[in-house]
Design a protein around this ligand. Sequence first.
Ligand code: HEC
Length: 591
Amino acid sequence: MYQRTCAMCHDHGEALRAPTLATLKGMRYQQIYFALTVGKMQGQGKTLSPTQRADLIDFLIGRAQVSDAWTAQLRCTADRRKVDLSMPATVADFGFDLQNHRHLTAEEAGIKTADFRHMDLAWALAFPRATTMRAQAAVVGSTLFLPVADASQLYAIDIAARPCLKWIYKSDVPLRSGVGYGALPGSHRKVLVFADVGTRIHMIDATTGAPIWKHAVHLTSLSNTTGTPVLLGDRVYVPLSASEINVGADANHLCCTTHGAVIALDASTGAVIWTAHTMPDAKPIRDRGDGQMMWGPSGAPIWTSPTIDEKRGVLYVGTGEATSAPAAPTTDSVLAIDLKTGAIRWRFQATSDDVFLTGCMVKHDGLNCPHEGRLLDHDFGASIVLAKRPDGRDVVLAGQKSGTLYALDPDDQGKVLWQHSFGAGSVIGGIHWGLAFDGARVFAPMNTFPGPDGKDAGEVAGLHAVAVDSGTVLWSYYPQPDCSGDRKTRVRTCASVIGLTGAPTVIDGAVVEGSADGFLRAFDANTGELLFQFDTTEPLKTANGVPGSGGALDNASIVAAHGYLFVNSGYGLIGGQTPGNLFLAFHARAP
Ligand code: HEC
């Protein structure tokens, strides 16, 4: 059954950015079951009877129960169980602040630039049967709120020399996004908001972990929630992405009907206030050649976390490719959306005619594959940054998977002020998940993707510091492959997958970035000097006794507080990257 229904993709995980068979075998029942029934793999799952599905899951993971007994052992003692939220949050959103700067001062982080010269691992937590550590934590005082997507749980962790759990929130399906933190309108109640794989937004009490409301926001069954929701005033702003890109190439799929959106919810109840659609609903548009109709327009999913511009009354998001031709004018774009009404105030389209379905990379003649347009997948997946230039003018910074960084004018309909290309870009290459801004410089990481034919289209992995006022590149760092010693057994793709894909973080005068081959690095933001490097795939002992292994550093996770630097390690969703189940805390040794 695996051979017949899954192998064509999952045996070629590296080329198709799908988890490999080994990674599928490391997953939890809940994750696979959800994917095959209501989630990303529902199309494949539909072809199986319940018995066949059960047999297939048996083949993948057997029937052993996963034990979460470690959580009972790591419970805080009564004196450490209290969640004190009387101080301002250190990390409240994906971008730490509403402008997505991803910047912490030495005081906020409890870490100075010089501390990176003598950082050590303080402790590590491992999560049973997790393969992808995708969600960024929020931090308030000494409590860190960490969603572990694959475990379907969110932990309130007391950060100290010996971590412990204050409370645990359990979801009935796996989680997905990072956490937003804030106060419920008209009350002093502090809350956390995040999304699960079923597009449900969860609002819970930050002091106790008690649920407040849960609301599903999908437009179709292939809608997805990826970017971290933002809680602002009496609203929660939720970006909507889509997984139709991964299943649309299948000739049995009615292609394509899903598009991206931003949804404003009432923070008190979860009721929808407005929905900003990236395009009109899809309709049948033409015979695809076998009497069945192609549907469109579709695509422009939103993977970014909204960036708030209170002064102009808008939020900014980036969009991705079209999934059917012709591509809508809102694809591969930056959108400025009115905070009050959800109307699109302006849009900047960086790439037109980008029509992409993952399966069409290997099977160009599929009935749903585009005959016009360009197969690029050049999303804006990195959250937009609203930056202030040294001369006081605001600029909107947007990094694209095309490898281009743009500075746009928020006062002139998103007119391009400058742009800089760092390479050709690719489906997960270029600027993938984020930028960081330190007040003068924007830091742009570059990822690479070898592609199905193994040829990367002239992409070079790196980290670039760029002057925000001129677009001048101030320094660049280029990682080199490291297959020394037994790294090649720990990191199968150590020779080729070395890109920088996650969102960087600025701490005092240092910029911290992870790489797809498992290295965590910190650089002097001024000079680019490498201050600290740590291989997160090295074997280590975990504080909770669960066997752990590190892998790719991806998406977003690098945060800091109380003198600790935190990072997730492991990302098996993309086949070429190493899975892992670690959450690591670093601390500066006495010099
Ligand atoms: C047409 C290609 C294709 C086929 C066929 C396919 N998959 Fe997938 N699968 C993917 C891709 C691509 C992803 C990664 C999606 C992403 O990251 O958004 C994925 C992801 C998954 C995931 C992880 C979902 C999550 O995010 O939690 C599971 C589990 C999975 N597949 C199981 C299966 C099983 C079991 C089968 C066979 C019944 C199957 N897939 C068939 C392409 C495929």
